[in-house]
Structure formats: structure tokens, C-alpha cells
Design a protein around this ligand. Structure first.
Ligand code: S3P
Length: 417
């Protein structure tokens, strides 16, 4: 796919529903007492894998007019291994979900997912009683679960990972007593936020208490995905002739560290019409901006984790240097994202230095280039934005965007003038 530089960017865009929240609502609905309704779910490759997982163990799933209706009919043992595709959230939260059920199951993934660490969830989930086996001593998929033997435990995690935290919480709600989970730095809190509303979890700083409980039947609406909106925010800020409004964007503060980074860099961005419905959401207004370099360090990383490729791109358009450190987790995403960011931007003529835990990028001009996105949706979308704001780009594998944002290229066309 060839992307030409855009002359100007104008208009209004509504980004797709939040991926993290959709995964969670599907799992919660399959755990709930009765049928649940999820309005505006994300129907993309990753979340379809989660739907498939819950169907495989007996959930009835209906999708009609933008609404999902889910009910666990009769728990049944899957006769085949369950495919999680490219989706880390399906695999990790799925291991927590399968731990609750009195059955034997096996999950597996594509090549990228099969190389990502699973011991980080297997270790805490084993404390809750289920038995796991798998490749590399259950560190990698395929992994088998013999579930349903749930105890309670107090677990202190070394990684700030919402996937690990959520897997543990999901399993611990079926425990035989109160469990606790402590994380080193607060990661996205969609799981606790939702369960708090039913008194199932209690948050005490970085410690979460989880009471064994059954989730009541619920109806919820999924807000727009901040991480998908971030591509359009970057387009609006970096393009030299842009005014853009992005509607119905999730604004949970454990996700929006990117807004703080943008403000420090001098971006023209306004948050408008903030409302709340389990999760805060609102509209974003962005305009072409003169940016300054900044530093993003350890404490801030979990709240910007999926936006780091875009911080690198902002750094290219900023005066001076932009530094990201303490982000070694990025090497364990859908691709080794530090390597991918450095190689993609280097190909576009940018001066960027790679560190084990981040990078340092200097403000520079972008050249056109042919880019392989490493099978990573966020790298493909970052490269497309770079092409629109710089000197064009040729993407070798544009369809990877369907992991989280199937209509990405159509949405881009809507705002190009
Ligand atoms: C996610 C958590 C993050 C994020 C991923 C989605 C989630 O991963 O990178 O895209 O839905 O919980 P970690 O918390 O494991 O870093």
C-alpha cells in the first residue's frame, strides 16, 4: 500500500471501541450469573479470538446491530485446542478465565504470540490451584490448563502488567477466600474499575483485594479506544496543516499518559465534553503544533505503553531530543517494538539510538521508504502516520491493522483533504 503525504487534515473522526475493555467485557459476561449485553464492542481480529475462546467452553454468543449478547449456557470441555491468534490479552486473560472452569483445555497462538512470555501469568495462577503445562515449562504457548481447583493467594508482581493483574483477578474471583494482588506501578485498571462497581474488588493504592464472587448480569457500553485515537492525535499534532476532532474517546487516566507527554512537548490539544459511564470518555481537539523534545521515564511507562511508537514519531517532529527509558517491556509485545521503532524510523532517515530499555530520537526530516511493519498493527499504523506527515511510505503488510483497527485506512481517508 502506497501512502502519499497529505496536503491538509480536517474534520471529525470516531475511533473504534476500546480493545482492552471489549476483551474484559466478553470474559466478564461469560463469567456472569445470567445473560449480559455489551453495546459497541470492538469486532477486530483480537477480540474475535476472545469471543471464540468463551464460545469454545460453552458460552452462547449473539451479535446484532452493534450489540453482543453473551451467556454461559453450559460449561463444556473443548475437544480441540483453542486458537488465540496474535492476541496476548486473549491468551493471558484467557488462562485466568479457563483456570476457573472444572475442565481441561489447551490454548495456542500464532508465531508472534508463541514467543511471548506466559510464565508471568502461569506463576500467579498456579498459586490459585490450577495445573498448567506447556512449552518451555509452560513459559510459552501452547499451554494446557486443568482448571477449577481455585484456592486464594497473595501475589506481588514484579511486572507492571494489566494482563497479568487481570488474569489473576479473574481467577481469584472463584477462589475459596480473599486474594490480594500488588503491582509495582499502576497499570491500566479497567478490570478493577468494573469489578469495584459490584464490590468484588477493593483498590488500596497498588494493592487490590479480590473477594470470591459471581458477577451479576450487566449491560455496558464500550467507549472509544484511546490507543486508536492516539494515531489521529499524532497526525493532527505533527501534520503542518491540521485541525481535527476525535469523538467518544476513553479517557481513563491509567491509559492517557500520552496526553501528559503531548502537553510537555507543547502540543495544541484540548479535552472536551468529558462524561462517565463505568469509564470516563470525551472528545479530543488537536491542531498542528510546534513540539519540543521530552523525556519519558519508568513511572510513566505503563500509562503510555501502547503509544510509545507514536512518542518516537512525535520526537521526529520535535525540536531537540526525545528520550524513552525503562520500557524494556516493549520488547515483549506483538513485535520487539524497540527494534521495530528504531529500524522503521532509521529507514526513513531519522537519527535514532537504540537502548536495551528504550531509545533517543532527534528531531529530523522524514524520507519516504518501503516499510515492513514486523507483523505489528501499531508499527504499521505509526508508519502510515509518518508517511502522511512526512514524505510518503510504502507499507508491505497493511492488513495487520485489522488486529485492533480494521477501518484504519478508511478513517484516514475521511480526514485527508
Ligand atoms: C493490555 C495491557 C498491556 C497492553 C496491551 C493490552 C490489556 O499489556 O500493552 O496492548 O488489555 O490488559 P501489559 O499490561 O501486559 O503490558
Amino acid at each position: 500500500m502506497k501512502i502519499q503525504p497529505a496536503k491538509s487534515i480536517r474534520g471529525e473522526i470516531k475511533v473504534p471501541p476500546d480493545k482492552s475493555i471489549t476483551h474484559r467485557m466478553i470474559f466478564f459476561a461469560a463469567m456472569a450469573k445470567d445473560r449480559c449485553e455489551i453495546e459497541n464492542p470492538l469486532m477486530a481480529d483480537d477480540t474475535l479470538r476472545t469471543l471464540d475462546l468463551v464460545k469454545n467452553v460453552g458460552s452462547d454468543v449473539e451479535y446484532n446491530k452493534g450489540k453482543l449478547s453473551i451467556r454461559m449456557e453450559k460449561i463444556s470441555e473443548p475437544i480441540s485446542p483453542i486458537f488465540c491468534g496474535n492476541s496476548g490479552t486473549t491468551a493471558r486473560l484467557g488462562l485466568g478465565f479457563l483456570s476457573r472452569l472444572p475442565l481441561f483445555s489447551v490454548i495456542y497462538g500464532d508465531e508472534s504470540l508463541s514467543s511471548r512470555p506466559m510464565d508471568r501469568v502461569v506463576e500467579p495462577l498456579s498459586l490459585l490451584g490450577s495445573i498448567f503445562d506447556g512449552r518451555n515449562e509452560a513459559s510459552n504457548l501452547p499451554i494446557s490448563v486443568r482448571g477449577g481447583i481455585v484456592k486464594h493467594a497473595n501475589y506481588r508482581s514484579k511486572v507492571a502488567s494489566a494482563q497479568v493483574k487481570s488474569a489473576f483477578i479473574i481467577a481469584a474471583t472463584a477462589g475459596d477466600g480473599v486474594s490480594t494482588y500488588t503491582e509495582p506501578i499502576t497499570s491500566r485498571d479497567h478490570t478493577e474499575r468494573f469489578l469495584n462497581a459490584f464490590g468484588i474488588t477493593i483498590k488500596k493504592g497498588n494493592l487490590i483485594e479480590i473477594k470470591p464472587s459471581i458477577i451479576p448480569s450487566f449491560k455496558s457500553r464500550v467507549v472509544g479506544d484511546f490507543s486508536s485515537a492516539a494515531f489521529f492525535v499524532t497526525l493532527g499534532v505533527c501534520h503542518r496543516n491540521a485541525i481535527l476532532d476525535i469523538k467518544d474517546v476513553g479517557l481513563n487516566e491509567t491509559r492517557t499518559g500520552f496526553l501528559n507527554v503531548l502537553k510537555r512537548m507543547g502540543a495544541k490539544i484540548e479535552i472536551r465534553n468529558v462524561k462517565n459511564d463505568f469509564e470516563p470518555y470525551g472528545d479530543l481537539h488537536v491542531e498542528s503544533s510546534n513540539l519540543e523534545g521530552t523525556e519519558v521515564l519508568d513511572e510513566e511507562i505503563p500509562s503510555v505503553i501502547d503509544e510509545i511508537p507514536l512518542i518516537a514519531l512525535l520526537g521526529v517532529f520535535a525540536k531537540g531530543r526525545t528520550v524513552v527509558r525503562g520500557a524494556s517491556e516493549l520488547r515483549k509485545k506483538e513485535s520487539d517494538r524497540i527494534k521495530a521503532i528504531v529500524s522503521v524510523l532509521s529507514k526513513m532517515g531519522v537519527h535514532i539510538e537504540e537502548f536495551e530499555d528504550g531509545f533517543e530520537v532527534e528531531g529530523s526530516k522524514l524520507e519516504g521508504a518501503k516499510i515492513d511493519p514486523y507483523g505489528d498493527h501499531r508499527i504499521a499504523m505509526m508508519a502510515a502516520i509518518a508517511g502522511l506527515c512526512g514524505n510518503g511510505v510504502e507499507l508491505t503488510d497493511p492488513k495487520v491493522v485489522s488486529i485492533s483497527y480494521p477501518s484504519f485506512f478508511e478513517d484516514l481517508e475521511k480526514v485527508e483533504r
